[in-house]
Design a binder for this molecule. Sequence first.
Ligand code: SF4
Ligand code: FES
Length: 364
Amino acid sequence: MAEQPLFKVTIDNVTVEVPAGTTILQAARKAGPEVAPPAMCYYSKLEGSGGKCRTCLVEVSKGSDRDPRPMPKLVASCRTTVMDGMEVKNLTSERVVDARKGVVEFLLINHPLDCPICDQAGECHLQDLSYNHGASGTRYEFQRRTFEKHSLGDKIQLHMTRCILCYRCVMVADQLTGQREHGVLERGERAEISDYLEKSLDKEFIGNVIDVCPVGALTDKTFRFKNRVWFLKPLNAHRDCPTCSGKVTLWNRGDEVFRVTARKDQWGEVEDWICNECRFDKKKTSDWVIEGPREISRHSVISQNKYIGMVKPKETIDEVIGKEPRLFLDIHDVSQVNEKDRDLSLIEGPAHSTDFKEKDEKKQ
Ligand code: SF4
Ligand code: FES
């Protein structure tokens, strides 16, 4: 078979060689994370993704060696393929920086800006995008769009107000579960993700919609409001699963498994799709073989908890009281909220005061 020709592309002054047919975005990712444009709708593992959000716009300042004319308009890098000798500007182009700021403003027009109570906070691509490319204020003065609260099945919560209509979840349902029962209804300002006639989505791999959603529009009901991701310790773990690869990331606090997700690569994309049983039902550390701490990008707020290579300060207390742990004060003696035999991760849905009151009443 004849070898595929390699095209030379320069992105923000970094030159790489890629096979013909590669998109500018893929070439930029090869050149490195510093020059790669952000992508809110493109997902390399989902066929046909991209072309919806416009966050990946770049300027082509030279079309190719053969035809060096620049492209007149900014182009979506996830949908435009490279030519030999092409020169692309991402962050080095004022036009791109300005356009991206406009795109972020549009994406946030109807967004409720509820990061303080959103479960996606800390790992939200829209949050990162607005910090890196957005404006500090909003010019929008009208009432924001709202929707009825909606569930996709009994394990997945949809907050339509946060959705950016990237279509990734629709593609996951289409391409992974083999039977899609939700999609985008209506058009324009009224467009919304909806399941058809309230049918619940109980397909084996549907939980992956939570992992591909770049914002907090789709969240895991078994984890909602239980903890902040940056307080949890991400661990690589696996189990012998008959349905999927069983390779996951556990999000623990101590021995409690608060959340199970698929493992993600440096672009935030799932490495191996996982099944619903692994994601929603295996919430005990004993269900898993722990491989070790998960590597987290140092740019992420989650890396605040990172402990690989951590240099521990000298523990004087050990020297004073010896190695045996000795409690000076047992918090459970003075607080009814923080009962020691209460496993937060095993409470169905968000933990409410009633979870504790019920127990108190039984005691009386
Ligand atoms: S719910 Fe999430 S994944 Fe689905 S279209 Fe909206 S933003 Fe994209
Ligand atoms: S990532 Fe290219 S348009 Fe959304």
